[in-house]
Design a protein around this ligand. Structure first.
Ligand SMILES: [Zn+2]
Length: 136
């Protein structure tokens, strides 16, 4: 048995649990009202411990992006992008649904949950893709 440091699951586990249930939620500080991501115990802005889980709009913008080269048999190239949520926090994720090198800084994207190998992964898709106007 390992020592138990917390009486309940930590904030990362709570985030993963919500994602597995199909819910993308981030924290918002009850004291200063700012949104927080990655999940934390204390607000990084003001130090308060009163963080509530809220559903963000899902709207976001690509802040930076890079294409990671990978052999086709290992799954092919993919992108790693820093995504700025409309609520303020930035997080590392990837943009799905378009060629990895077609992801552009400033592109509007929206959050989605990808299920892969039994895991729920937060990804982003181009907003325009909903209309299906382009294809790679
Ligand atoms: Zn705060």
């Amino acid at each position: 048995m390992n020592d138990v440091l917390f009486t309940g699951p930590g904030p990362d586990a709570l985030f993963a649990e919500r994602l597995a249930q199909g819910r993308f939620e981030i924290q918002r500080c009850d004291a200063c009202g700012r949104h927080v991501f990655m999940p934390r115990v204390l607000c990084p802005h003001c130090g308060a411990a009163a963080l509530s889980w809220v559903a963000p709009s899902g709207g976001a913008t690509v802040y930076s992006t890079t294409t990671v080269r990978r052999r086709a048999k290992q799954g092919g190239d993919y992108n790693v992008s820093i995504i700025a949520l409309d609520e303020g926090p930035q997080l590392m994720s990837r943009v799905e649904g378009i060629a990895p090198d077609a992801v552009r800084i400033g592109m509007r994207v929206c959050a989605g949950i990808l299920r892969s190998d039994g895991h729920a992964v937060l990804v982003f898709r181009p907003e325009a893709a909903a209309g299906g106007s382009h294809d790679a």
